[in-house]
Design a protein around this ligand. Sequence first.
Ligand code: FDA
Length: 392
Amino acid sequence: MENYDVIVIGAGAAGMMCAIEAGRRGRSVLVIDHAKAPGEKIRISGGGRCNFTNTRTEPKNFLSANPKFAISALRRYRPTDFIALVDRHHIAWHEKTLGQLFCDDSARQIVAMLLEEMEAVGAQLRLETSVTAIDRTPEGFRLIAGGRTVTCTSLVLASGGKSIPKMGATGFAYEVAAKYGVPVVETRPALVPLTFDVSLLERLRTLAGVAVDARVSSGKTRFEEAMLFTHRGVSGPAILQISSYWREGGEIEIDMAPGTDVFELLREARRTSGKQAVATVLSRILPKSLANHIAVTGGAVGNIADANDALLRRLAGSVSAWRVKPVGSEGYRTAEVTLGGVDTDALDSRTMAVKAVPGLYFIGEAVDVTGWLGGYNFQWAWASGWCCGQAV
Ligand code: FDA
């Protein structure tokens, strides 16, 4: 039988950060993961360059049944703390946009950095190991992992959410929560492309692959970023962002020329360039195929001089206030994160400890704290892992 102060299940962003901090405090730490390699989501994140934090991180960038829960951890471990760690390891980085920081070279550098830090504090890593039993003992927990019995005083669930099952994502943290009576807020795929019904897809067929800067709204929430038409519906940053707020049965509104008064633009063109086709005028502000699609489906096939105000207004509406009802999302198969998770009401916001079960902790994506696109989810993983590492 092997005994540890701390066992962390999940060698992802949150689990490795927790292991480093607990190890730094002199705790004996074992990290268990069923995957072949640690930090696989870090490796593939940010297109292979890992958007590892966001300098503008604020509580408002997160969704949770209790929006106040994340404040404490986000204050205690800030983007500047992670940047300092990255700098100590001489990893070059740059700001891409909107406070999003990426590695200049490779996301693998972040994984290597975390492994190096773990090794430096003596935290052990056991890969390709599944946990088949967890039981409470008077001192803490006893686990069967990879056929061996291991015990610990503190057990940390850092096994992430359900997104991308192909990469080894499981609902394991939720199962453990259920076993110990810890409530779980209903989960759903988030930061995920949205899908349209077949008849709409057929009408939009020629647009697959077309990208446009857009302002996308669901209720009072709106995001202004790029949007992409796909063979299944829509994707791109603006859509991924809004997917965390959209619910089945609801509409989204898409403005494909934010900041432009399209009706005025069309009227002005009618005055000054009457011989131009409507599609040509629209292509001043939209990709050509999209401009063409909007003109044709709007019935504006001739010169703009022939279009009356009512038609121009309709066309402007199609560009600036396209209301569309997605039928669903691409699901966990492609979702970047899982919305919902372990109910924060059950956790101590300073330590991530389950209030009712001494020695049990949940961190990272497994918890009902979900960030926007843009490095916020890793910042939550680092912050929650760091706080837990100070307590276990
Ligand atoms: P994470 O999922 O990283 O780690 C969980 C670990 O637990 C995994 O190693 C898994 O193998 C292991 N595990 C699961 N079940 C287990 C079990 N039953 N037994 C043992 N081990 C188990 N975020 C961001 O801020 N910036 C970005 O650039 C991106 N980019 C991005 C791209 C893509 C394609 C995806 C899918 C996601 C992102 N994200 C992101 C989101 C980010 O990857 C995510 O929020 C964090 O990885 C969550 O960290 P965790 O440590 O909580 O879980």
